[in-house]
Each structure stands twice: as C-alpha cells, then as structure tokens.
Design a protein around this ligand. Sequence first.
Ligand SMILES: NC(=O)c1ccc[n+]([C@@H]2O[C@H](COP(=O)([O-])OP(=O)(O)OC[C@H]3O[C@@H](n4cnc5c(N)ncnc54)[C@H](OP(=O)(O)O)[C@@H]3O)[C@@H](O)[C@H]2O)c1
Length: 280
Amino acid sequence: MTQTQKILVTGATGTVGRQVVAELLDRGHAVRALTRDAARAALPAAVEVVQGDLTDPEGLVPALEGVTGIHLITFGGAFFAPLETGPRILELARAAGVRRVTVLHGGGPSLLEDAVRADDGVDWTVLMPVEFMANALEWADGIVASDVVREPFVSRLSAMVHEGDIGAVAAVALTEEGHAGQEYVITGPELLTVGDKVAAIAAARGRDIALVELTEEQAVAQWRAAGHSEDVIGFLLEAYGNTPEVGRTVLDTVEKVTGRPALTFGRWVAEHVAAFTKGR
Ligand SMILES: NC(=O)c1ccc[n+]([C@@H]2O[C@H](COP(=O)([O-])OP(=O)(O)OC[C@H]3O[C@@H](n4cnc5c(N)ncnc54)[C@H](OP(=O)(O)O)[C@@H]3O)[C@@H](O)[C@H]2O)c1
C-alpha cells in the first residue's frame, strides 16, 4: 500500500491525461489537473482543477506547489507543436520539490523530454505508447453515417494500446518506487489488422461495416480534408505504410508495471460502442 500523494497532471483533459487522472484517483491519490480552460475541463469532482498554460512556465508556479509528482506532455499548441519551455518547466518543478516525473513521449524530438532525461535530480520515466486504441474513434462518423470505414494499408499490423493502460503505467511510475530512469514502450496484448478492428466494432454494434481500402493518394486527400497538417500526414503515411517493428510487437510492460494484463481492443470497443451507434 503506497502513501497518498498529490500529483500534477498536465494534458489532463486529453485522451491519455484523463486516464492518468482516473488511475491516480483509483489508487487513492490526490490529483491537481492543469488545463487552459477550467470551465471546459469536465474532470471528476475529486480533482483540483487549475488553469495554466505550458507555454507560460512562470504561471505554473502555484500549480507545482505541494506536489510530489508531475505527468508531462511534450506539446503545447495546435497540431501538437513541440513545447519550447520544457527545460524551464523542469527547473521550476525541481525547485518546488517534485520528486517524480512521467513524460508522454510525442514521437519526435522534444526539448522537454531531453531536459527530463538529463536530470538526475528527479526520478523520471518516459512513457512510449504505440498507437492508441482511441484512434478508432476517427472512424465513428463514417460508421454512424454510412456503415463504412475508408482506410489505407488495411492489412498493417498494430499492437495498439488501451489509453487506460497508459494511464495505469503512469500512475504507478508516479507514485511507486522502481521506475526511475525507465523508458516504457507500452502496447496492447495482441496484434490487430484494420480489418480485425472493424470486425470487432461491427460485432459489438450488431451491424456490418464495409471496409474500403484507400490508395495512398486517396488517404492523403482524406486526411487533408479532415484538417491534418502536412507533418501529421507525413507521420501517418510512415507509421501506417511502413509500421516500425516497435508498433507491431506485443510487450508485457503493462503487466510488469501494473500487475494486471493489458486491456484488449474488445474491451475498448465495449466501452465505446455508443460512439459507433446511430443516435449516439
Ligand atoms: N494517437 C496516438 O496513436 C499516439 C500514439 C503515441 C503517442 N501519441 C502522443 O500522445 C500525445 C497526444 O496525447 P493525447 O491524445 O492525450 O492528447 P489530446 O487528447 O489531444 O489532448 C491534448 C491535451 O493537451 C493539453 N494542452 C495542449 N496545449 C497545452 C498548453 N499550451 N498548455 C497546457 N495544456 C495544453 C490540452 O489541455 P487543455 O485543452 O485542457 O488546456 C489537452 O489536455 C502526442 O504527444 C502524441 O504524439 C499519440
């Protein structure tokens, strides 16, 4: 049984951050959550919500007061623009007495992550999840409107991870001994193709879904229409068209760190089936 600790979660209103918050609360810890807009945060009542912006580190000083750990994201603006204030945030965190830091790796170079890795004054853990199961929500509109998913590279394999597992690994690393200096690649428990995922969603909602394979050109056009930046499109083409081994290898990180097996895509679909159903 670990002692109750107070943790500052940044990115707390995001896909991963909400899970970090939930897992910390589940373990009996106190959570302070950072958001740029407290009125829209919609976090659980037990959370202390504080307003602040990671691009303005000096403004974070009150939020850092009295916390033992901090969960950090590496971006701070539209299109996941990398934060340039990372080193200063870390300095302030150390000055405030923060002992443990987790960083959600952003898939690219990051001043914040570099500063954390170079800091021997805090116990840091870098979280490197593979593809999030939540990415399947991008199919929800097409499924609800016309029972169809349009994707390129449909036979690519993914070890996609449930966001709850990222949150659970973060919560343990932030509050327990034994995770300092670790770089955790976090995956789900199975390898799935796009077809496997679509079939799981169709089975859960009790209605067929057509899977239409797009050419690369068609996919780029679709991503542009959805508002993705050229950087993101380049990243998606590489990640989906030429998935690196790390993205298609199942690891036991979740079980090793949390003591329970990683959550399946079937479980994720059961939790989110309403998003894929008419009248949602
Ligand atoms: N999608 C994937 O498959 C995948 C896989 C591996 C890694 N990743 C990485 O995961 C990260 C995205 O995480 P996510 O999906 O959880 O994010 P998300 O759902 O898009 O949420 C973004 C969060 O960042 C906060 N935020 C943005 N700019 C901020 C600023 N200037 N100051 C304070 N807070 C700010 C937002 O808070 P407020 O709006 O409340 O202020 C919000 O909580 C990226 O680094 C991505 O590279 C993604």
